[in-house]
Design a protein around this ligand. Structure first.
Ligand code: GDP
Ligand code: MN
Length: 399
């Protein structure tokens, strides 16, 4: 899960990381009011969206008067900001961060991520911070310095020190840089982050070391331990289908194609996506309905897959272990009742492959309540091929 910059900064401040004084604003008036309450002659007006690259796209403005704050707030609020990270559709700015301006001496890069290969947390730093870090990583990777951190002992002071010297912080900033690294590491571990990135980390004319930008990503599987982080979720920044699925306890990732699939178990779901690709289809999603599917959950999954007309066909591939095939079948029947006027049809072809616990009863349920458009498939391969062919045939008919 992602949160906004101003939220990340609040979390980091609570761990002792130095961040500029700032306040979020949801309206122009609030922006002007907050600017007046923040010290200093320069205020930064920053668009809050779940994407970086805002500086280059005009989403970060330095202002020197209340009038300028007002003008920039008016310009940014409601604007669709297109940055390198948003994709061509861009993202609408609904929130701003009004912040005390910093007198930057130099910009650095600092982040923590989990490195799967070494099963360690890795701290990465660079003197070449600021807006071009992707380019630095691609063209001069030697300018990115790494420290591998054994999770059993945590970030050791000598590692923070080695990083601070390697990045050539000025002497009076070394201790402050080390402290910030330790605090950022504590935040990373304490909040179960998958990423904590400060770009830029800056030294100021006053001799401080300040996190000028902040990006935290959280491990979704650990969110149950952090209700106060979960509350920061901004649904307007997320794919509405993915949010609806998360609320229903479904494991759903939108893949952008038009052949939807509903599967139980992550492994089978991945295999199913592969199979659809193999037969020439474009998977609409990855969807693992989990091992405790009720008819309601299955019906909800259908509603999500069909929303917005994305799915041109659905492949249901259930291997009933803990899941009961009869409950899945009942879910399909319920879904037809919910989404169609006559209660006995689904708007797109649905190929169903059921195997495992209570499969006989499941097949009976689907026979007792015939639903137009539902086809039974005896095997996974056959089912994938059938649904891809049906979707292609429908596309041809549409012209
Ligand atoms: P991003 O482009 O989305 O990553 O947004 P950042 O928060 O990193 O801001 C982009 C750039 O704006 C930074 O690299 C800085 O150069 C500049 N910037 C941000 N805050 C300040 C500030 O307080 N003072 C000055 N002079 N520049 C700032
Ligand atoms: Mn940045």
């Amino acid at each position: 899960m992602n949160i906004h910059e101003y939220q990340s900064k609040a979390v980091l401040r609570s761990y002792g990381v130095t961040v500029p004084e700032g306040k979020p604003a949801f309206s122009v008036e609030e922006a002007v009011k907050n600017a007046a309450e923040i010290p200093g002659d320069v205020k930064v007006v920053k668009a809050q969206i779940h994407a970086g690259g805002r500086g280059k796209a005009g989403g970060v403005k330095l202002s020197h008067s209340p009038e300028e704050v007002r003008a920039y707030a008016q310009e940014l609020l409601g604007k669709i900001l297109v940055t390198k990270q948003t994709g061509p559709a861009g993202k609408q700015v609904n929130r701003l961060l009004i912040e005390a301006g910093s007198h930057i001496r130099k910009e650095y890069y600092l982040s923590f991520v989990i490195d799967r290969q070494t099963a360690c947390v890795v701290m990465m730093g660079s003197e070449e911070g600021g807006m071009e870090i992707e380019q630095v990583a691609a063209e001069t990777p030697e300018k990115i310095i790494k420290e591998y951190i054994d999770p059993a002992v945590g970030l050791l002071p000598f590692q923070a020190s080695r990083m601070a010297y390697a990045l050539h912080f000025p002497a009076e900033c070394i201790r402050k840089a080390e402290k910030l690294m330790m605090c950022l590491y504590n935040a990373f571990v304490g909040e179960d982050c998958s990423l904590a990135e400060i770009n830029p980390l800056v030294t100021t004319e006053e001799g401080d070391v300040v996190a000028l930008d902040a990006k935290l990503n959280f491990d979704d599987s650990a969110l149950f331990r952090h209700p106060e982080i979960t509350e920061l979720r901004d649904a307007s920044e997320e794919d509405p289908k993915e949010s609806a699925a998360a609320a229903a306890g479904l494991n759903y990732v939108n893949l952008g194609g038009d052949v939807a699939c509903m599967v139980n178990g992550a492994g089978l779901a991945m295999a199913t996506v592969d199979m659809i690709k193999f037969y020439g289809g474009e998977p609409a999603n990855f969807l693992d309905v989990g091992g405790d599917s009720t008819p309601e959950k299955i019906a909800t999954a259908f509603r999500i897959m069909l929303a917005g007309g994305q799915a041109k066909g659905i492949f249901v591939n259930i291997f009933g272990g803990i899941n009961k095939c009869d409950l899945v079948a009942q879910g399909i029947v319920d879904a037809a009742k919910m989404v169609s006027e006559d209660g006995h049809s689904l708007p797109v072809p649905v190929v169903v492959r059921l195997e495992g616990t209570n499969v006989e009863r499941g097949r009976e349920i689907l026979k007792e309540t015939p639903i137009a458009n539902v086809i039974m498939a005896p095997t996974m391969e056959g089912g994938a091929e059938t649904i891809v062919n049906l979707v292609h045939a429908a596309e041809k008919q549409e012209g």
